[in-house]
Design a protein around this ligand. Structure first.
Ligand code: THU
Length: 133
């Protein structure tokens, strides 16, 4: 049983390793996967700004590399008081590996965590089943 406090701690630990020299906005994501393990990722920026990576796809890549297949819960942390919610592209990336009722927790660490389901973040979304997968 992995608690939200443990997911928060994992997100914060990886956030400290984020490579964000341009935005100075370090983000960490912890994913609880279907294998019961926690996988983490941070944002990775680049001097060629548009090719920078968000924390969420980094965590998804770690999940797949580690043997996890499906996302069961997500916890993202970042600076400030506003909940650090996933960008539009990341909502779709999470959607590929998560069911509609999966809870995504967005937390700007100077404020309160926001709990939302994937369906709330990305209503009426397109996904693998449209392609028979
Ligand atoms: N960022 C994330 O990694 N995840 C989010 O959920 C929001 C934004 C990153 C992208 C960029 O490196 C920095 O935060 C500022 O946008």
């Amino acid at each position: 049983m992995v608690t939200d406090a443990e997911l928060f701690a994992a997100a914060e630990a990886v956030r400290a390793k984020a490579y964000a020299p341009y935005s100075k906005f370090q983000v960490g994501t912890a994913i609880l996967a279907d294998d019961g393990k926690v996988y983490v990722g941070c944002n990775v920026e680049n001097a060629a700004y548009p090719i920078g990576n968000c924390a969420e796809p980094s965590a998804i890549a770690a999940m797949l590399a580690g043997g996890g297949k499906r996302i069961k819960r997500v916890y993202t942390t970042g600076p400030g008081a506003m909940p650090v919610t996933p960008c539009g592209g990341c909502r779709q990336r999470l959607r590929e590996f998560a069911d509609q009722d999966v809870v995504i927790i967005s937390h700007g660490i100077d404020g309160a965590p926001l709990h939302q389901t994937l369906a709330q973040l990305l209503p009426h979304s397109f996904g693998p089943e449209f392609l028979g997968k």
